[in-house]
Design a protein around this ligand. Structure first.
Ligand SMILES: [Zn+2]
Length: 69
């Protein structure tokens, strides 16, 4: 596995960005399709999905559509 070049903010050098992640949540419902509670394994259920833009630098707030130069 080659080393992956990681994008950092050209403004402030921060390597951290706010992105978006659609969570796939498994829930428990009753027979009327009424939400009762989240499934207990919910914390593991969204990690397969790829976060997507727009991204916002955590430090200076600059917006990016893609995390690259
Ligand atoms: Zn920044």
């Amino acid at each position: 596995m080659g080393e992956k070049k990681v994008f950092s903010c050209p403004n402030c050098g921060s390597p951290n960005f706010f992105g978006n992640l659609r969570m796939h949540v498994i829930v428990v419902v009753d027979g009327g399709n009424k939400f009762i509670k989240q499934h207990k394994e919910v914390e593991n259920s969204y990690r397969d999905e790829e976060p997507y833009g727009p991204y916002e630098c955590c430090e200076c707030g600059t917006l990016y559509n893609e995390l690259n130069d």
